[in-house]
Design a protein around this ligand. Structure first.
Ligand SMILES: Cc1ncc(COP(=O)(O)O)c(C=O)c1O
Length: 387
């Protein structure tokens, strides 16, 4: 069939930089992948069992559009306990098919054609695409290693135009591992208030932080009323394949998102919702166990990369390190391709995550400790050749 039948919006979407690269990786043997963006742990057994039980008990039907009430109530308690931010489970929370769907709902509900969304980069690969699919314009705002990948308030304010509708934040950050400081977020809050903007805050990795606290944007003074908080189960609970996320926010915004959700998705998978409830009720010790193991690997990889001259700002969240590859004299694409061909180590070129990624690669440490050790040996050989 001819591409002429496709909408301009879709034709103009760039294929993900990660996909292209991993299509090549998939054809190769003996590769150590530091490219993976998901936990290497399987879903903890009690959560798995809850999913199996749900099926065995015949829970094979739709749930309410917003998701199971029990899950929304548990989430509401969880968010209050964690951040002292209150959401009415009846009207201010939607259970979605991952944060991916929640992002789509937020953008579709908020944007008129041509509305602008400020997207700090480097960021998760779907952010710009979600804005474009909803008819909006993604205004990219690079952050820099020199600022530990924190937003510069003056740069943020300078990017605002009369068409700006929202700011899309993603902390803890994929790909840099940056956790936004309270101070940086307060500056964003001040700007959002001054210019009457909505803040969509993707906090999917909120429980995977190391030595710092995660600040929930909606919990900042005055922000609950202008924030759509997105979160989920994929990363914290090692549940990527279950496809459960959520959005919480002021009733009118959630109502708008629900209108889109009810006609596109109907309801998130029932089995997965039941498993997610178990994760909230009894999953915490498992999250802590995985977090500690990520932290051990994080120390190994960050120390190792810095020793090789691949300067890495200490990442305090998620499971990614974002080293500069300047010392090799290679650009990020050449670095990634040569490292794969010559040493069988996969990393993702930083530019896959937008402006600010030039001269960097993303290394995920959601892989076994011993594999990271071996990857560092291979990287040492590589940097000796290109040092
Ligand atoms: C920052 C960020 N947001 C959202 C997603 C998508 O998550 P989900 O599996 O909940 O759709 C990812 C996945 O890598 C991510 O890194």
């Amino acid at each position: 069939m001819n591409q002429k039948y496709l909408s301009t919006r879709v034709v103009n979407l760039k294929p993900s930089g990660i996909r292209k690269f991993f299509d090549i990786v998939a054809t190769m043997q003996d590769v150590i992948s530091l490219g993976i963006g998901e936990p290497d742990f399987d879903t903890p057994s009690p959560i798995l069992q809850a999913g199996i039980r749900s099926l065995q008990q015949g829970q094979t039907h739709y749930t309410s559009n917003s998701g199971r009430m029990g899950l929304r109530e548990a989430l509401s308690r969880h968010l209050y306990r964690s951040y002292e931010v209150e959401y009415d489970p009846a009207s201010e929370i939607i259970i979605s098919v991952g944060v991916s769907e929640a992002l789509y709902l937020a953008m579709t509900a908020l944007l008129n054609p041509g509305d602008e969304v400020i997207v700090p980069t480097p960021c998760f690969v779907a952010y710009q695409a979600e804005v474009i699919l909803a008819g909006g314009v993604a205004v990219e705002l690079p952050t820099y290693a020199a600022d530990c990948f924190q937003l510069r308030p003056e740069a943020l304010e300078a990017a605002i135009t009369p068409r700006t509708k929202a700011i899309l934040l993603g902390y803890p950050n994929n790909p840099t591992g940056a956790v936004a400081s309270r101070e940086a977020l307060l500056a964003v809050a001040h700007i959002a208030e001054k210019h009457d903007l909505v803040v969509v805050s993707d906090e999917l990795y909120d429980q995977l932080v190391y030595g710092v606290s995660h600040v929930c944007f909606a919990a900042l003074p005055g922000m609950r009323q202008r924030t759509i908080l997105l979160g989920g189960f994929s990363k914290n609970y090692a549940m990527t394949g279950w496809r459960i996320g959520y959005a919480s926010g002021p009733v009118e915004l959630i109502k708008g998102m629900l209108r889109v959700h009810q006609y596109t998705i109907m309801s998130a998978p029932t089995t997965a919702q039941d498993a997610a409830l178990e994760a909230l009720l009894n999953g915490q010790p498992h999250v802590e166990e995985m977090r500690q193991e990520y932290n051990r690997r994080r120390q190994l990889i960050v120390g190792g990369l810095n020793q090789l001259g691949l300067v890495t700002v200490e990442p305090h969240g998620a499971f990614y390190a974002f080293p500069s590859i300047g010392v090799t004299g290679l650009d990020e694409d050449t670095f990634a391709h040569k490292l794969l061909e010559e040493e069988r180590v996969a990393v993702v070129p930083g530019t896959a995550f937008g402006p600010g990624g030039e001269g960097y690669v993303r290394c995920s440490y959601a892989t076994a400790y011993e594999k990271i050790e071996e990857a560092l040996c291979r990287l040492e050989r590589f940097t000796q050749r290109y040092g």
